[in-house]
Design a protein around this ligand. Structure first.
Ligand code: ACO
Length: 431
């Protein structure tokens, strides 16, 4: 196995170190490339660039493998819940009983939202995009907790446990408040109940009557959030790392991650899937026309919820969520016509050479929207749900950046391709 890569450039030989990860991942270390050769490595969109070393999540897209801190996602989905997986992702180990209780207590103690922050929410138009409201409110946490958000790594790491619990717990509470505000409903304060149940009761309780979720709904929400807990260097997580690398505090960095997630190519795909399934349903089609259109190669006609930038075999989360979807609908006695359409589409696509040859399989978003519909979450809140689920991964990645003594500010380079030097033209001489 090579320990160095040889590069021949302009008749000179250079030796570049090779790095190996614990799962055998291989990389050529190009950090000194420019200093040694005058060249930079060009990789538009960073698709082939390792931007960091990380001990949080291992992902093998060719073989459909996803592990958090070494634990396979299948085992976590079966045996763990969102709170415990969040702890694992953030702290690196499964909690013992004391740690789990302490973490749960912290989440419960910091679930409520300051009345002044509630006033900020009321300043937004009722029909404002929920992700715009969420990112603003999470940025505002830095103003409400300045002692936890000093923009100094050492000081902010000392208060990390508290800041992390505040972030996870309040993102969840803010999500429920945004929903209530948009629907003209009074806020329901958090209760001393488990994380997901608390979210459900803050969403769906009536003013004088608590909503008590069934075990099936509670489990389905836990699974949904757990499956989103982290996913390596995706667009929003890399954004959190990039912003964090400037020594920006946790809340500010998380707010940037929420903004990145709001884009339809990232966190918005679950919404697009349900809209696609609904229009197939409304047109009384069985999906045949959609599949034919998707094969045209046009980006605007893609089969939403199919394909993945990294998974080229199957998305392990999709398998788990498809089963969870079946279970929850079955136990709740819901007959969602969109589920039948989704299954037909999946079956048809998986027999079709267009999808097979391009390694296009259902991704996590293909079934997650149907679970959210079954729970009662409206389509415009889907990406917010993704943000609640992804918060542990963002927090863990921020911590890695903050705690890395050899870290440096993220600052990629570019290939300039604009005009070459030219002289200023006075207004009178301009065409
Ligand atoms: N439907 C039809 N054709 C597709 C689809 C699709 N969903 N996805 C990719 N293709 C085709 C492309 O047209 C291309 O065909 P060609 O080789 O004939 O030109 C080929 O498959 C490869 O496509 P790329 O865009 O190179 O694939 P890439 O890996 O870059 O894109 C992506 C991945 C963006 C997820 C893409 O598959 C897609 O747009 N899927 C639909 C949107 C979606 O579900 N996004 C959610 C991703 S998961 C997440 O964010 C949690």
């Amino acid at each position: 196995m090579s320990t160095n890569a040889q590069l021949r450039l302009d008749d000179k030989d250079y030796s570049l170190p090779v790095i190996r990860g614990t799962e055998g991942e291989k990389a050529i270390d190009t950090r000194k490339l420019r200093a040694d050769t005058g060249y930079i490595a060009y990789d538009q969109g960073y698709g082939n660039t390792g931007s960091c070393e990380s001990a949080i999540t291992y992902l093998d897209g060719d073989n459909g493998v996803l592990r958090h801190r070494g634990y396979p996602i299948e085992q976590l989905a079966e045996h763990s819940n969102f709170g415990e997986t969040a702890y694992l992702v953030i702290y690196g180990e499964l909690p013992n009983a004391t740690q789990r209780k302490q973490f749960g207590d912290l989440l419960r103690q910091h679930a409520a939202i300051d009345p002044q922050m509630q006033a900020i929410l009321q300043g937004f138009p009722k029909d404002a995009p929920p992700m715009a409201m969420l990112s603003s409110l999470v940025a505002a946490l830095a103003a409400y907790y300045p002692q936890l958000a000093t923009n100094n790594f050492e000081a902010d790491l000392k208060n990390f446990d508290l800041a992390a619990a505040i972030a996870i717990s309040k993102i969840r509470t803010l999500a429920a408040m945004i929903y209530r505000y948009q629907n003209g409903l009074p806020y329901i304060p958090p209760k001393d109940v488990p994380f997901c149940d608390n979210f459900l009761q803050m969403m769906f309780s009536e003013l004088y009557k608590d909503y008590v979720p069934t075990a099936e709904v509670s489990r389905a929400l836990n699974t949904l959030l757990l499956l989103h807990a982290d996913h390596e260097q995706n667009c929003s997580t890399s954004t959190v790392r990039m912003v964090g690398s400037s020594a920006a505090n946790l809340f500010t960095s998380l707010s940037a991650g929420i903004c990145a997630l709001s884009g339809p190519l990232h966190g918005g795909a679950n919404t697009a899937v349900v809209q696609m399934l609904q229009s197939i349903h409304d047109e009384h089609d069985d999906g045949t026309r959609f599949i034919a259109a998707a094969k045209s190669g046009s980006k605007s006609n893609r089969l939403m919820g199919f394909g993945h930038a990294v998974y080229k075999n199957f998305d392990p989360r999709a398998k788990i969520i498809a089963k969870a979807c079946d279970d929850v609908l079955d136990k709740l006695g819901i007959n969602d016509p969109l589920l039948a359409i989704a299954k037909n589409l999946e079956q048809a696509a998986l027999k079709d050479d267009y999808f097979l040859s391009r390694k296009l399989y259902p991704n996590v978003d293909f079934y997650s929207g149907i679970i959210m519909r079954a729970i009662g979450i409206p389509v415009n809140m889907f990406t917010v749900m993704f943000a609640i689920g992804r918060s542990p991964g963002w927090i863990a990645n921020w911590r890695e950046v903050a705690a890395n003594p050899k870290g440096r500010i993220y600052r990629p380079r570019q290939i300039y391709c604009g005009p070459v030097k030219r002289d200023y033209v006075p207004m009178a001489q301009r065409a």
